[in-house]
Design a protein around this ligand. Sequence first.
Ligand SMILES: Cc1ncc(COP(=O)(O)OP(=O)(O)O)c(N)n1
Ligand SMILES: Cc1nc(C(=O)O)sc1CCOP(=O)(O)O
Ligand SMILES: [Mg+2]
Length: 523
Amino acid sequence: MTNSHLTTPVFEPSSVRLPVVWCIGGVDSSGGAGLTRDAITLADLHVHACVLTTQLTVQSNLLMLSKDSMSASALNQQWQVLHEDTPAQAIKIGAIANDEQALLLCARIQSLIAPRPFVIWDPVLCSSSGGVLSELSESVTDELLSTVDLVTPNIDELAKLSHLPVNDEKSLQTAINRLKGKGAKSVYVKGGHAQWQDSVCDTFVCASHTLYFRQPKNSKGNLRGTGCMLASAIAAFIVHDYCIEDALTLANAYVSEVRRNTLGESDSHHPITPISNQYETSCLPAYFAKTTGFPSRAASFPLVTFRQDETASYDNERFPALTRTNLGIYPVVDSVQWIARLWSTGVKIMQLRVKQGSEDDIRQQIKEAIALVAHTDCQLFINDYWQLAIELGAYGVHLGQEDIDTADLNAIRRAGLRLGISTHGFAEIQRVRALNPSYIALGHIFPTNTKDMPSKPQGVARLTKYVKLCEGIPTVAIGGINLTRISEVAETGVNGIAVVSAITQAEQPLKAYQALAREAGFA
Ligand SMILES: Cc1ncc(COP(=O)(O)OP(=O)(O)O)c(N)n1
Ligand SMILES: Cc1nc(C(=O)O)sc1CCOP(=O)(O)O
Ligand SMILES: [Mg+2]
């Protein structure tokens, strides 16, 4: 990973009004955690925070002195007023004082009309300064678990919620399954306290898949409120319309960046020293979180994997570099006839993406396409058929996310083939950066009719951020790019622009290629 700064403007302008997140939790008088931390985090990430107070806790950085809970009716009143005045796009729940408050919240959330706001519960049972914040019965805890969309326990909280010991990978998985059995829709476990791990590995489990987010272990200082920060940041990225996987990746990167900004890179800080007089706080080193805005350092982003052992089977070496990285227009075509038609334009990169035909026909097309460009400087990539590409000596292979699980990446690299991989957001980019491919494709930028896409169009503002995050690895933009849109795509600094229909559906494809190249400033 590089240490470069991603200096892109923060959030793409969506609307005049800021999106709204409701934070429901306790006031921490020290300002280290709780609602204050939530509101600071949300403001830092361009979100308006409404605060619904469950309790007032009197805390210093070291200890909790007292707490006073709101009545459920006072909490209800806060909800009612805001519901009419400033509805939430997401709700972040922190410390809930008692069963009465919890049941009120469950009833309120369940009565929200679809599409209801995304609800995250950070089940802070104890404060990091010591002291119990939440005393919930098992049945009420279970009701909450099945009501919210995402619960974000640390290891100790997971053990308490599941009533199971958590002390290794297996018991962690068993405890997560127990929460799922109780109706939890998705669970994000913070691995910071997992002594058995040699990196900090957070685990996300939902109905369809599991993701792991890894950061190097950081023994520096004890920054309070990072759990609140993480859950609030997830809510912020959700209301900025990121999918859950990207919101988690960004929130993880955000906390890592704030931590580094506050505690620095070295271990030369003063450890927090116990104090003799519990009311005397002036000698405490002040670890007041220094906010950073949208995470901007590539090194702050976690490594994302879809299996615990995902990287274990990789050689961890780079794939061969592209011969030239100023790629220009990258035609993606569905037959060798197109390759024959286009190579004479001087095109620097093409892809054969055949989706129909017998195995013999596909083999023949790949063979002919390789022969056609053999004595040119056109870098030809074969989509999907990595075994044939190796066997027939292609220049490179292009694979999608699902292919990574089944293709033998080491065999592709050992055979000397270049590898391009598709991505559709921050989580996938972080998965793929670790593989050191020859290029990373970033899609789909605009709506496309060529392929059914499960993800949303990314837009140019996000593309700009992706290009910076991929620094050091060539990038290719794809999806819905045509003559009208191409110049703004080229301005993001992407190395190549892949198109299907803008060339193959054009009346005069060769002229269309030239016009696209001119408009993008590549000609
Ligand atoms: C340059 C480029 N980017 C993305 C894709 C999509 O590849 P993949 O995810 O493998 O999907 P299919 O193309 O196989 O439908 C691509 N082909 N080229
Ligand atoms: C094949 C493909 N892959 C995409 C991705 O985002 O991974 S978008 C896409 C279709 C691109 O076609 P057009 O240029 O006609 O929009
Ligand atoms: Mg493919």
